[in-house]
Design a protein around this ligand. Sequence first.
Ligand code: SAM
Ligand code: SF4
Length: 459
Amino acid sequence: MPFRPDYEALTKHLDDGKKYARNPRHVSDILEKALTAEPLELPEAAALLHAPPSMDPQIFSAAKKVKEKIYGRRIVLFAPLYISNFCVNNCLYCGFRSGNPSLRRTLLTREEAAKEAEAILSEGHKRILMVASEDPRLDGKALADYMRAIYDAKNGSSIRRVNVNAAPMPTEDFKELKSAGIGTYQCFQETYDEKIYASAHPSGPKNDFHNRIDAMERAFSAGIDDLGFGALFGLADWRFDALALLSHGFYFDKEYGVGPHTLSVPRIEPAENAPLSLRPPHPLPDSDFRRLIAVLRLSMPYTGMILSTREPAELRNECFHLGISQISAHSKTNPGGYSTNDESTSQFSVCDSRTTDEVVASLLRDGFLPSFCTSCYRSGRTGDAFMALAKKGLIQDFCQPNAILTFQEYVSDYASARVKKLWEERIKKELAQINNTQRRAHARKNLEEMKDGKRDLFF
Ligand code: SAM
Ligand code: SF4
């Protein structure tokens, strides 16, 4: 049986959660369980979603601890690369929608996509999220060709992991992406409320709610086992979508032994000629946004959590402490945005416009360890192999040394003097935190080899 949101059960959990949340003891008991890094049950998550604002300090502190228990203090960086803004859908919140008459449309050539990858590489990134609007010309084979062009691009070094955010496609097309070396396949359900979904997607193939839900199973059956789930917050009641998103992820874990590799929490941003982006039906205030991130982290401790540059710098800095483990930096949301300066073809406005170096400096100052690691995917630690390590809190035995090595590479080849200085003051402390003595010694040896020009060393 494919996944379908169980509206009755979700509504009951949320109603019960509201009642339970009135009792601070009950909320504290749930937090105690969450601190063991055991996934929460849906009724427990519902109670945390409803807990009064006075419980924020405890909930936020637990989320930070759980994230550090699983992933340590590392935060992985990536950049999105948009290849097209031609779209057959009419999503009423998106600047790329077919009904936007004033958008200048562009479909990059493979060469132009490679140029974009080169520009992204020049900032030190090694991981790209390739983003595509829905366009019959962009079938699995075409998307796979773009991925190959991005992998082949060279600028000092090359891109080591390409994740893809693209429309649902048939299993055969997913197989093309698999053969081109896809990292994670991302597809956000936007909202799990079928009625709101129908009104936000009035025409085009995306109007088919179930086809979108089933995309994850088709991708999985094509061999793609790192899957990125998400919802677009602002369309429907945020607690409902948060709980439905969790139920989708738990279903996957139960059915296939692999939970979501990542959860994304995009909030609707203003976009040109996109009516729902200017007046979201259920706007999500910052206070609830913070709670959303913390509760998702506590409910699904082993899952990567992504925060994009849709959010302003200050709020992003705060959210990094609530369980976020992957972030984009210096993003452009228009095809060709890195090699040209034409913002008029963007999907939505980006709020955090800091350069990658500025983001990295701020992460270091706040005690995080920036990472450009792509090692799990390249070492075959995907799907259940990754989950088995993440669930036991063992993944950070890889994350910590790999973060140090890839960040050292960034510092040697791209960093500003300010970041170099911050890293000099930190590297010893980070090395000391590699628990396994042999691995620590190995990392030290790798760092020496890097002084002689060696690159791309990882565990
Ligand atoms: N076209 C594909 C699709 O819709 O699945 C993939 C690319 S689409 C550009 C990626 C995501 O951007 C969408 O799934 C949606 O959640 C998000 N998005 C669209 N319009 C947005 C807006 N105005 N603000 C923030 N996120 C938006
Ligand atoms: Fe097209 Fe995706 Fe934008 Fe919808 S969200 S209009 S499918 S690019």
